[in-house]
Design a protein around this ligand. Structure first.
Ligand code: SF4
Length: 361
């Protein structure tokens, strides 16, 4: 039987990845669906872990409990016809002018690095779609990887909920490239591609992290957002037909004799859910991830609590606020009470400090 360890050690084989006028009219302009569209598909971003968000296409289908309150679907409904997509339906490729933006960012990143010694710019691709969506024409993905190859001064963060599709799709996307003249891009993994998998609970971690670790990449990361349950990254379980299980740590384990030869996660992002219908995250889930990463020396980024928090609110203990008709609350099975005070008020401090760590890539 091939174990998860064997498979991880072997790796999979991929070939050598915004006018003047009255205030009312300005507001009206700002809310025009077409401008909402233009400003969101490719721009600078407020996301804590990237400099730009860029979308080669828009549209997707829900595949996980993490998709229940999909931000992109909400955006598409708000943008209406301008978005041109119905969630779960046909995908829409973004405009040629949008596809030119990364070329400009690449030049800016190069100049910043060479002139100021600044960090390379990171591009989060795709916030309104999934790179490894099997309903996207393969030629679009070929074009995307060609763009990635042409922008070596950008780090591309490909975060997906379909990590199982990634090996074959990457292989197909770069199969016909003439990349012999560029040693850095002659073989996979490419130096400017970070591959990430979104998982929201232990079951998804057990299913998807082994696949992520099998895929060669300069940086492999997980985004645990929205965090919907506890996750132990030091005890990922692969289950085989016949009932046998293989347990392994996805975080560096100094006690493992083979630690230096095995692939591990390079980065962990954690966050609670925000927006309509948001589900609360137990503080201990986030603390545990923080502590797991600290023990393994793995960078940890705590993005946000989401809508719920535990501290005293308006001078009243949380326990007195739960059940208040104007302040929704939630009680976890262990009796811990949290109240919904909004994403901004809840903030992004964990036990009194922020965690904004990045891999040293
Ligand atoms: S994979 Fe991402 S974009 Fe697609 S439905 Fe799920 S949350 Fe939305």
């Amino acid at each position: 039987m091939t174990t998860a360890r064997d498979t991880r050690a072997a790796f999979c084989v991929l070939p050598a990845i915004r006018r003047s006028g009255c205030l009312a009219s300005r507001l009206s302009d700002l809310l025009r669906p077409s401008l909402i569209w233009t400003s969101i598909v490719g721009e600078n971003t407020k996301i804590e872990w990237a400099d730009h968000t860029w979308n080669p296409w828009v549209g997707c289908t829900k595949v996980s409990p993490g998709c229940d309150h999909c931000y992109a679907e909400t955006w598409a409904k708000r943008a209406g016809k301008a978005a041109g997509v119905t969630w779960g339906g046909e995908r829409r490729r973004t405009s040629p002018s949008n596809w030119r933006k990364p070329l400009q960012w690449n030049e800016e990143s190069k100049a910043r690095v060479e002139t100021f010694g600044a960090a390379r710019r990171r591009v989060f691709c795709s916030s309104l779609a999934d790179v490894f969506d099997n309903q996207v024409p393969p030629e679009w993905r070929e074009d995307l990887f060609e763009l990635i190859r042409k922008t070596p001064h950008l780090d591309w963060l490909l975060l997906t909920k379909r990590i199982g599709n990634a090996p074959e799709m990457i292989k197909a996307a770069i199969a016909n490239f003439d990349i012999g003249y560029s040693p850095d891009f002659a073989a996979w993994p490419w130096p400017n591609v970070w591959i990430g998998a979104t998982v929201v609970n232990q079951a998804e971690a057990d299913r998807d992290i082994p696949k992520l670790l099998q895929l060669p990449a300069r940086v492999r990361f997980v985004s645990i957002e929205p965090m919907l349950g506890p996750i132990d990254l030091t005890d990922v379980v692969t289950r085989y037909d016949g009932g046998t299980e293989d347990h392994f740590s996805a975080l560096f384990d100094p006690d493992d004799d083979e630690a230096d030869t095995l692939p591990y996660l390079d980065w962990v992002i954690c966050g609670g859910e925000s927006g309509h219908g948001a589900r609360p995250m137990h503080p201990d889930w986030a603390r545990s991830l923080r502590d797991q990463c600290a023990a393994a020396g793995v960078p940890f980024l705590f993005k946000q609590w989401g809508e719920f928090t535990t501290p005293r609110v308006a001078g009243a203990p949380v326990s007195r606020l739960v059940g208040h008709e104007r302040i929704p609350g939630h009680a976890f099975d262990d009796g811990l009470l949290v109240v919904r005070i909004g994403k901004k008020a809840a903030g992004r401090q964990l036990d009194g400090r922020t965690h904004d760590e990045f891999p040293a890539a």
